[in-house]
Every structure is written in C-alpha cells, then in structure tokens.
Unconditional design. Structure first.
Lengths: 318, 318
C-alpha cells in the first residue's frame, strides 16, 4: 500500500496558520500537568507537519516561552518567523479541569497576557499562501489576517467558538463572508444557526459565507457538508481518552495539511483529509498535551488511517 | 443494482419476537397525537416484515385494541396467534413528551394494564425459531421466552433499559448469559459496564454473556462489537426528527429481520443488517408512530440504504 499522502510529505507547499501558542495546565481524571506547551496554533502546526514540509505559523509568545519548542517546530518544517516574541511579557496561559465524561470541562485560569493585544503580522513570504488556516481567535483578528493576503488563498478555513457568537456576532458574520471552510462543533453549529437539526444548521451556515462546513462531534465523529453532499466520518472508539486538549485543532491542522499536500480540494479529497485529521486527533487524546503527536511517525499514522477504513467500510451486496 | 436483501424477502424464515403492543400518546415540538398504536413488538414486527414474510409476534393486548391493526400485521406476514387478547382488560398505555433536542423525554403516563402480569406463551410453531428477538421487557420475562424454546435458536438478541439495571440487575445478568446479541444505547452500556469508554464497556459487557454488542447512539449512529472487530455505522443527518418513538425497536427489528432473511450471521452480514436497521429507523422518525413505516415500500428502503453508502464511503487512495 502506498498512500499518496505520504509521498506528498516531500512536496513544498503553501500553508499558513494563525493561532495561539500557549501554556496549558490540565487536569483530567487520569492526572494533572504543570504548565506544558499548548495552544491552537501549536496543535495545528504539529498536525499539518505530517503532510507538508514547509508551513508558516503566525502567533505571539512571551519571553517565558521555551525557545527549544520553537526550534522543535522549525525542525518539523514550521517557519516560526511569524511568531512574535514579546520579551517583557508573558505567554497566554490556560488551565482547565475535565469532567469524568471528558466532553465537558471547567476553565480554572485564563491569563490572556500577550494574546490580549495580539495583532498578527503575516510575514511577507506567507502573504501568498495557497492554504490558510485561521485558528480560534477573535473574528476581527482572523479577518485582519485575511486582509494581509496579497492574493486570495485557494482555501481559507477557520475555527471559532460560542464565546465569539455571544460577544462578537456581527464581526463573526463579517469574517464568515471571506472564508471557504468553517470547522466547528455541533453545539456551536446549533448556536450559530439557531436550529437543532445539523442538516438544517449546515444549510443556514453555508448561506453565511463558507461553502464548506465541517461539524466536529468529538467521540461521535465529524460531518462534512458541501453543496448537496454529506460525508459522515466515524470516530475511532478509544480504550481511553486521556486528555482531549488540542484534539479539535489537531483535526483542523491534519485536514488542512492533507489538502495542502494533495493540492486539490474536491469532495473525495476532503473526505480523505477528514480521515487524516480524525486519525491525528485520535492520537492526540492518548496522552497529555502534544506528547503523543511528537512520538508518532508516518507509519503509525498510516496504520491508524487504515483502522478508520476497517471501522466504517461495508458493502450492501454480499 | 440487485440487493440480496430484496430477493430475500420472498424466503420463508424463522423469526420470532416478543415485545409490547401498546397505545402511545406522544407530544413533540411538532405536534401531539391521541392514542396511537405503538409498542416495541409492533415496531420490531413492522421493521422485520421488510425482510421476512413469515414471523411470529408474542405479546398481549386488551379488549380495547383494534383488531384491524392485528389484521394489518397479519397481512405483512406476522403470525399474531401469539398475541394474547385479554378481552376484559386494557392495553398497555404510555404517554410522553419529547424535549426540543428530541434526545430526552418526560414520561407523562404509564398504565401497565395487561403488561403488568404478562407471561408470554410462545406458540408451538415458534418454539423452534432460528432467530429470536426479545424486546425490552423484564429480564425474567425475557428469560421465560428463551426457556420455552424447544431447540436453542441460532441467534438470540435482546433489548433492555436502565430501569431493569436499577431494579433487577441480578435477573438481567442471568438473562444475559443466555443471549447472543445485546442491543442497548450508549448510556445503558455505560451504566451496565460501570465504565465510560464504550470500547471498554463493550469488553466488559461481552464478558457477561452476549458475544455481540450493538450500542445505539441515536443521531450519532451505532457501534457493533464482535470479537476483535468494531464497526461504526453512521446515522443519516435528517432535516428533522419528527418523533423518535420506536426508532430503537425499528432498528432492532430491521437488524434481526435482515439476518433472518440472509440466514447467516458473520460480521459482514451483521454490518449490512445494521445499515438496514438504521435505514428503517431513519424513516420511522419522519412521522408520528408507525405511520412512515406503513407508507414506505422496498424501493424506498433500497434507496435509503444507498444513501448510507454515499454518506460513509471513502477511499484512502485517490
């Protein structure tokens, strides 16, 4: 078996992502961590690095952020020249505690620090990127990144959350007009559309701008909507979800990295990209933080993607 | 396209089911019904009638139950000689109101009536059935049906619910030792196993007796566990769930009817059977009660099963 995605890793592609690079302190029923490196931008970049050998990360950290981690990203092909370092300030810090079901969590601490005034500056060489991933940030910050592009990317994807729907809906609606793919969870899709049926929600949200909608459902998989097409990606039933932090960003990064490497965005390729993102997310939750993503190799990923095939393949005819 | 299942409808197979035949009064955000015919046994029999032309239903009703409905079942190949009619008593009645999300409901009225003292008597000709479906009833009543079999059926499947785990766990555990397939929802699987991970829950439950476990997840599809194999069946994202009543029983009836018609129970056939059950359940919820199941024909079902193929098929290689 020779998956095109793993040949594709050797291509040089244009992918840029904006998102937080942060410290997290996490408590789950299985244990707790001190401050470890996290953040949407971190997970997106690590996930897409399985598919693209050159990508640009746009973010901001404080003087307290370990240079070693930026070096590690660089070694994985991530251009970190767009990660601003504010030496006299502190890195964004989030602390949370997951409930037993791992589907809900309490935020214990949020210290915005450098993220509070974050005005991303896209490096010159990333302003003509073909693929742009906007991690969860305020919609106006996301829009400012789009506006810095010299040419319109082939595909712009973004994440958002209910917080922005609550406090910045008008800005969010404006930003949605400029993107191609919205990646949100089922609760967010229901809030944004105002309807419960995800099929109806998808139609309403796709009228807001994004032609393509991906609804993440955690342990229940993900739905992809494009034109009249729907794809239901399964989630791998896991022995244990150890730490869900970063799973959604890993999914998004894997999805965009796969597409950037394939350099095409038809429905069949998007399906594969969702399986790639789902497979990476299924690794992400097996250990705390980024640990598992840093351990696995392409062979592990390839095997995991095959598990998704076995999990969901059936033939109506015997 | 020529699906074997639709050839199979002409076979005469051995399928027997026990379950309630009842009156329901249902309120959903879309409207409400007067007393309409419902009950697990009713939905199971209607669903399996799409695949088998001869089956036996074992149940009990009161003198108030419309003979016309029993005639309608008979016209669909359901032998109703095992449906006892207690002329001086009343049929089981349930009334419930669904919440906006359709995933939860309040029971407004439960009048057990004839079901309170239900001691099913399996007709002589059904005691050598190859396939036996035990609808949700007390575990000791389910066991009494198994004990009336003259030869051990090839496959015994059962449904149960958290109520029996709360008040009759020992009896439930005993009954589980005698069956092959347990069909429950995710919440019930977690309660029965005492663990949250469905993969771990499946391993624990399969140690209790049933070799095969199906976990229904409503709008999130269903999981099939057998030996080391797992299959994730998608659910069709619907424009609207009008009335979820009977969907689980329809799923179970479709699953068992399909297997009985195919007359084989390997993993690949079980996958197809789950798609058949899921397709029928997706029709069931489109209108109140049994209405939609009584409207559709084999062609509708065939098309719906093809939608499941389109929904979940992907290829890792371009």
């Amino acid at each position: 078996m020779n998956l095109p995605i793993f040949a594709a890793q050797f291509r040089t592609m244009n992918l840029a992502a904006v998102g937080s690079v942060a410290f997290d302190a996490i408590e789950t029923p299985f244990g707790k961590t001190d401050k470890i490196v996290g953040g949407a931008g971190t997970y997106i970049a690590l996930a897409s690095s399985f598919f693209v050998t050159k990508q640009s990360l746009i973010s901001v950290v404080g003087g307290d952020f370990p240079k070693e981690f930026l070096d590690l990203l660089a070694a994985k092909g991530v251009d970190t020249s767009g990660v601003e370092i504010k030496h006299n300030e502190k890195t964004f810090f989030w602390s949370g505690r997951y409930h037993t079901d791992m589907n809900s969590r309490d935020t214990l601490v949020t210290e915005l620090n450098v993220l509070g005034e974050f005005q991303p500056i896209v490096p010159e060489h990333a302003r003509s990127t073909d693929f742009l991933m906007l991690g969860n940030l305020s919609p106006s910050v996301q829009l400012s990144v789009i506006q810095q592009m010299k040419v319109r990317p082939k595909l712009i994807a973004m994440d958002t959350m209910n917080f922005w729907m609550d406090i910045a809906l008008a800005e969010l609606q404006e930003t949605l007009k400029h993107i191609d793919v919205l990646i949100i969870n089922d609760e967010e899709a229901r809030q944004l559309s105002g309807v419960y049926s995800l099929r109806k929600a998808a139609a309403i949200i796709r009228e807001m701008g994004p032609k393509i909608l991906i609804i993440k459902k955690g342990e229940h998989g993900a739905l992809l909507f494009h034109e009249a097409n729907v794809f239901y990606a399964p989630a791998l039933p896991l022995e244990e979800v150890f730490d869900p932090t970063g799973a959604g960003d890993t999914f998004a990064g894997g999805f965009m990295g796969y597409l950037a490497a394939a350099s095409q965005i038809d429905f069949e390729t998007m399906k594969r990209a969702i399986i790639a993102g789902s497979a990476l997310a299924s690794f992400c939750v097996e250990k705390f933080g980024t640990q598992r993503l840093l351990e696995i190799n392409h062979n592990d990923l390839q095997k995991r993607m095959q598990e998704f095939v076995a999990l969901s393949t059936f033939q109506l005819e015997a």
